[in-house]
Design a protein around this ligand. Structure first.
Ligand SMILES: Cc1ncc(COP(=O)(O)O)c(C=O)c1O
Length: 188
């Protein structure tokens, strides 16, 4: 069998494209207009988080999240645990902002972080922040990681750009940490 399974396919039906093009012809405000505000509110409700802010991309959202984490009071240091298996713009905001990044090994089953390597890092470095990347809809052992973060007072951030709509125990990925990012890029 040489059946190919593509990573992505068209996901926007023609009916939606037609409605979008009709709406655009009304010359609406495209940036932070009323539809965006309405969608932010619906999106937050869907993910079950307090609030959501829409910007141009998941990469920019990652930069905003890393910046906000610095500005949010009480961060005891700039050491951050980052999955070795991540996206370039998961890591680059932390480098840009002068954090001290520490890479974590990958879990071969769920492609998230290896829990033993997290414990090892916590023992060696008093990381104050951990970012997870939920790869291709997998959950990165989020429930276990959440317990560890609570035990060691670590702020948890979630890069959920590849996993919008994925759930674990009925809860959306991206609703566990202090903040999370999402993306509507085609292959996500
Ligand atoms: C894990 C992860 N984070 C962030 C991004 C960036 O999202 P965007 O393409 O919307 O900038 C991607 C991929 O594009 C990604 O795979």
């Amino acid at each position: 069998m040489d059946k190919k399974i593509g990573l992505a396919s068209e996901t926007i039906p023609k009916e939606h494209l037609d409605r979008l093009s009709e709406w655009i012809k009304t010359y609406p405000r495209l940036t932070q207009g009323e539809k965006v505000v309405e969608f932010e509110s619906l999106f937050a409700k869907y993910i079950e988080v307090n609030d959501s802010t829409f910007i141009n991309s998941g990469s920019s959202a990652n930069l905003l999240m890393a910046t906000t984490n610095l500005l949010f009071k009480g961060l005891r240091n700039k050491k951050v645990g980052i999955p070795a298996l991540s996206w370039s713009t998961t890591v680059s905001p932390f480098i840009l902002l002068g954090y001290e990044p520490h890479l974590l090994d990958a879990d071969p089953i769920n492609l998230g972080i290896n829990i033993d390597s997290l414990y090892k890092l916590i023992k060696e470095e008093d990381i104050a922040t951990l970012i997870l990347v939920h790869v291709l809809g997998h959950d990165s052992s989020i429930e276990k990681v959440l317990d560890i973060c609570q035990e060691f007072d670590i702020r948890l951030l979630e890069d959920t750009c590849q996993s919008l709509g994925s759930t674990i125990s009925g809860k959306c990925l991206g609703s566990f940490g202090l903040a999370s990012t999402f993306s509507f890029y085609f292959y996500h």
